[in-house]
Write a protein that binds this ligand. Structure first.
Ligand SMILES: [Zn+2]
Ligand SMILES: [Zn+2]
Length: 196
């Protein structure tokens, strides 16, 4: 098989989601993995060969969801991948949209879910109350009467150190997708071709 720069880059969506975090004074875009080895391998094989100035991220809002779409030119085109994921619009997404200022770091993150037995007493639950305010004799439910949290649960994101700088970030809607080659290719490959 002959591979050239013209070969279509495969689409990859086997990750958990995307986190948006302030870190190192800049917003970070963090594709999340539940397994460290998968993330480090992916960085090693594909992402580290990306040319920073060629990295593009596109966000296409459709209804309450958005498509996260990311691609770049690579020094090793045969190992290259483009990323996409359909995700619900969230507060963190909105914060990134309003706050990125045209630049961000790209890092991979390891997502770990934590339960009451795993954490210190001041760890925060997703309900906004600390671990010590949850009752391990009552199924780890929150003790605050006003809170409807039935079980302590929090998640922790560990960022890999390696990073890339992204300076090409655009927010689109369905009507202007066709003017953007990366978003258009993604929608063609993953949406239009699969809908009936
Ligand atoms: Zn809770
Ligand atoms: Zn609570």
């Amino acid at each position: 098989m002959i591979l050239s720069a013209q070969s279509p880059v495969p689409w990859f969506d086997d990750f958990v989601g995307v986190a948006y975090r302030y870190y190192d004074l800049r917003m970070n875009v963090v594709p999340l993995f539940s397994d460290r080895k998968t993330a480090t391998n992916l960085w090693h094989d594909s992402l580290r060969w990306w040319l920073d100035h060629s990295i593009k991220i596109r966000f296409v809002e459709i209804g309450d969801d958005y498509w996260f779409i990311m691609g770049a030119d690579s020094q090793h085109p045969q190992e290259n991948l483009s990323f996409y994921k359909v995700l619900p619009q969230s507060e963190n997404y909105e914060r990134f949209k309003n706050g990125h200022g045209g630049e961000a770091y790209l890092r991979l993150g390891i997502y770990a879910e934590k339960f009451l037995k795993d954490v210190k007493k001041d760890a925060m639950c997703n309900c906004g109350h600390a671990a010590e305010d949850h009752d391990k004799n009552d199924n780890d439910a929150c003790l605050y009467e006003v809170c409807n949290c039935k079980k302590f649960n929090s998640f922790q994101v560990n960022l890999l150190k390696q990073k890339k700088t992204i300076t090409n970030i655009e927010f689109l809607d369905e009507s202007n997708v066709k003017d953007d080659s990366l978003a258009w290719n993604c929608m063609n490959a993953n949406k239009f071709s699969k809908s009936k």
